[in-house]
Design a protein around this ligand. Structure first.
Ligand SMILES: *[C@@H]1O[C@H](CO)[C@@H](O)[C@H](O)[C@H]1NC(C)=O
Length: 229
């Protein structure tokens, strides 16, 4: 009996130790992978990687950046963007977006332009290089769409790309997903090109009507030939 009791005591203390070691092992990564419920910290400005302690996803992202004003915008006009999910079943909790000059390939490319503060889950941030040049989530509520407005630098005429980090959950995120590029022009090519469009249309209808005339003539002469025969 006494030896049994001692064995039980040793076993109990051994399991107590292993339980605390185990809980340390389990809790430590959990604490590391905690996300930021009220937006990305400014340390994310450089690499756009959430400080979650886990690796980014490398597969295709279920989230995308929709350019609501198209890919050609007049100089000094703003750009409306929608961050959204391609699958209504999948929502994102966090995001972090900045705009870059497409042709700036320097290692520490700085974000350009500025974002407007708006109501829907938007927190405008200042990253090195400017003011109000980044936006992150203000809450980690699950969302499938966030709309944003961005203003280019004054007199900017170049190509801009938006890079977004989407966070689906603390351990699942996609880093620097790139939008299509937006070109800033003095005059839209559609307004330049519009006089051409009706011209080509007229040409097309002109040739089709002349071919109708020719078809009629051929049919008439064929008929005349048959009748004469
Ligand atoms: C933008 O262009 C206008 C007109 O050419 C000029 O007056 C103004 O100084 C320019 N602004 C900047 C920031 O270059």
């Amino acid at each position: 009996m006494p030896s049994n009791g001692k064995a039980a005591f040793v076993w109990a203390s051994a399991s107590a130790v292993s339980i605390s070691v185990l809980s340390l092992l389990i809790l430590a990564p959990v604490q590391q992978t905690q996300g930021y419920s009220n937006g990305a910290p400014t340390v994310s400005c450089g690499d756009m990687i959430p400080q979650h302690g886990v690796d980014a996803q490398f597969g295709p992202s279920p989230f995308l950046i929709h350019l609501m004003d198209g890919e050609i915008v007049l100089m000094d006009n703003s750009v409306h963007l929608e961050l959204r999910s391609s699958d209504p079943q999948i929502a994102f909790e966090g995001y972090f977006i900045m705009a870059f000059d497409k042709n700036d390939h320097s290692a520490n490319a700085r974000p350009i332009g500025r974002f407007k503060q708006s109501a829907n889950d938007v927190k405008v941030m200042d990253c090195p290089g400017g003011m109000q040049n980044a936006v992150t989530h203000s809450t980690n509520v699950k969302k499938s769409s966030v709309t944003l407005e961005w203003f280019p630098p004054e007199n900017y005429s170049g190509q801009v790309v938006f890079r977004t980090t989407f966070v689906k959950g603390k351990s699942t995120f996609w880093v620097k997903q790139e939008s299509k590029s937006v070109s800033f022009v003095m005059e839209t090519t559609s307004s330049k090109g519009s006089p051409k469009a009706p011209m080509t249309g007229q040409k097309g209808s002109g040739s089709s009507s002349s071919s109708t005339v020719w078809a009629g003539l051929i049919a008439a002469s064929l008929l005349a030939f048959l009748l004469v025969r």
